[in-house]
Design a protein around this ligand. Structure first.
Ligand code: N01
Length: 505
């Protein structure tokens, strides 16, 4: 499919975020002119890209799926990546979205043109002009590989967990894994039997609790198929108990020692070697970094064929990885499980607002948006999974649907007011962010005593939503037009020479 030179609403990205946006926009207005561009050759975002062994969702799937497209078919309470990927493709099919999606089309740049109140967009498939831009490019989509001295001289194989090299056979190899986050805990237990020896480089230990996963039997699936209300009730219960986590993580951190006791008992049960156990015991509050769910990660690290290196890595040589003590661990393959770049999203370098600056320049290392979605100086731009919308306790899909509701409400408001552009007031954005900052104060994500990817280059937490998700749902239910500058359509045509009159709502 080719990209038209002029589109109305352009959504960038066809993962959970982009699909939530396009589905909700079309549900509200089936005649809406929406185009989705996707840089890869298929939809699915993170669930298309992350194919490492053991890749699975660590949020119960009944909740980690669209409310408007429930599936009674999940085989496990925590679905595996192939099922999630298949689910997203099935949603596209079910909702007839294929004809809206242009694959292999990468966003190169988008610049707001105030003279015509439109986005001038460059892509790998040519240029287009869009009235509204929805950036759904994901926060955890660009793998981060640390700049380790000597990496280019390594003679073995190197890859990142998010771009797993399936052509490469790890059987009988000595493998180094760098990083011990949510990805590593899933794939390390899966590859340990294949490798001859595993060396895991841990910079900071993580709190780990059991993943209460179970298969969903045929009877239960039939029940969900026949009585969708039963499935909705299960989703509701999971939503409720997940929200209860906020009570501890954000509102009552004094309760966290109880989580610590539970996690320590889990560690003791799985790791017999006291030195390994000590190395795996975090010195910060549980939840400060993402609480990890696994039933086999800790016991894997207790195996005699697994080395846990806690001194960090300093360099890579031709045949190994050097730890802080100077020891070279000889390996055949290095797997980086070092995460992503959520506080420096690459898309922020591609979007240029009304003053000619990029979003990254405007943010200066600390991403900020109004309700995680709109940014002063960037009219008609909606960010999905924007600043301070990430969660430590529940499903991001719920947040994405809330943001999609907000976009839908904004589009309706624009239509009702014959507005060609909406731009959030700087003061409203500032006010929202001051509220976010003060709400985050004292939560485990800010005060838990760790450094995490939730904190940006300036030390600000520009990642986490600070409280219950229903509060975000309430705030994004209706487009808060009074916080926006409205550019009315005073033109007969889209004459580039004419300026628009700007009024406040
Ligand atoms: O990445 P991470 P991830 N030298 O950033 C270490 C989501 N997710 O891919 O803790 C040495 O969590 C770093 O050490 P430290 C989920 O939101 C979801 O595992 O910074 N080590 C850490 O141990 C998750 O939070 C699912 O000291 C270095 C690790 O690398 C997010 O993705 C499943 C280093 C990075 O951990 C990212 O998880 C999987 C360096 N230079 C992931 N740099 C679901 O199921 C970094 N590290 C939904």
């Amino acid at each position: 499919m080719s990209l038209e030179q002029r589109v109305d609403i352009l959504v960038v990205g066809a993962g959970f975020a982009g699909l939530a946006a396009v589905a909700k926009i079309l549900a509200a207005d089936p005649a809406a002119d929406v185009t989705v561009i996707e840089r890869a050759s298929d939809v699915g975002g993170t669930w298309r890209d992350n194919t490492y062994p053991g890749c699975a969702c660590d949020v119960p799937t009944s909740l980690y799926s669209f409310s408007f497209a429930p599936s009674p078919e999940w085989s496990h309470t925590f679905a595996r990546q192939p099922e999630l990927f298949a689910y997203l493709k099935s949603v596209v099919e079910r909702l007839g979205l294929q004809r809206r999606i242009i694959t292999d089309c990468e966003l190169r740049s988008a610049t707001w043109d105030s003279s015509i109140s439109r986005w001038s967009v460059q892509t790998s498939k040519g240029a287009t002009s869009a009235r509204v831009l929805v950036a759904a490019t994901g926060a955890l989509s660009t793998p981060k590989i640390p700049d380790v001295p000597g990496i280019d001289a390594f003679s073995g194989t190197v890859f990142h967990s998010a771009t797993w090299n399936h052509e490469h056979d790890l059987t009988g190899e000595r493998v180094a894994v760098i990083g011990t986050g949510a990805s590593a805990v899933q794939f390390v237990p899966e590859i340990v039997d294949r490798a001859q020896r595993l060396t895991v480089f841990q910079r900071t230990p993580a709190w780990v609790i059991p993943r209460l996963d179970r298969t969903i039997g045929r009877l239960e699936r039939t029940l969900y198929k026949r009585i969708p209300a039963a499935h909705r009730a299960v989703r509701g219960i999971i939503y409720g108990y997940r929200e209860a986590y906020v009570t501890v993580l954000a509102d009552n951190p004094w309760m966290l020692p109880a989580v610590k006791v539970f996690a320590k008992a889990n560690l003791k049960r799985q790791v017999k070697n006291p030195a390994t156990r000590a190395a795996l015991t975090p010195d910060y509050a549980p939840g400060c970094k993402r609480l990890l769910l696994s039933n086999d990660w800790l016991r894997t690290l207790d195996r005699p064929d697994v080395d846990l290196v806690t001194s960090g890595l300093t360099s890579v040589t031709e045949n190994g990885v050097v730890d802080a003590s100077g020891r070279n661990h000889e390996v055949d393959t290095i797997i980086f499980a070092t995460g992503f770049t959520p506080t420096e999203p690459p898309v922020s370098h591609l979007l240029r607002g009304s003053d000619g600056r990029t979003l990254a320049e405007r943010w200066g290392g600390s991403p900020q948006a109004h309700l995680g979605t709109t940014v002063a100086g960037f009219p008609n731009l909606f960010l999905m999974y924007g600043p301070n919308t990430n969660l430590g306790h529940s499903s991001i899909v719920y947040m994405l649907e809330s943001q999609a509701n907000y976009v839908v409400s904004a589009l309706a408001e624009m239509k009702a007011r014959s507005a060609v552009a909406v731009e959030v007031d700087e003061s409203a954005q500032r006010q929202h962010n001051s509220w976010v900052d003060s709400a985050l104060d004292g939560t485990v994500w800010n005060a838990g005593g760790c450094s995490s990817w939730y904190l940006d280059a300036n030390g600000r937490n520009s990642t986490m939503w600070p409280t219950y998700t229903f509060r975000f749902r309430n705030k994004t239910r209706e487009f808060d037009v009074s916080n926006y500058r409205i550019v009315p359509d005073t033109l007969e045509s889209d004459s580039p020479e004419s300026d628009h009159e700007v009024v406040s709502a």
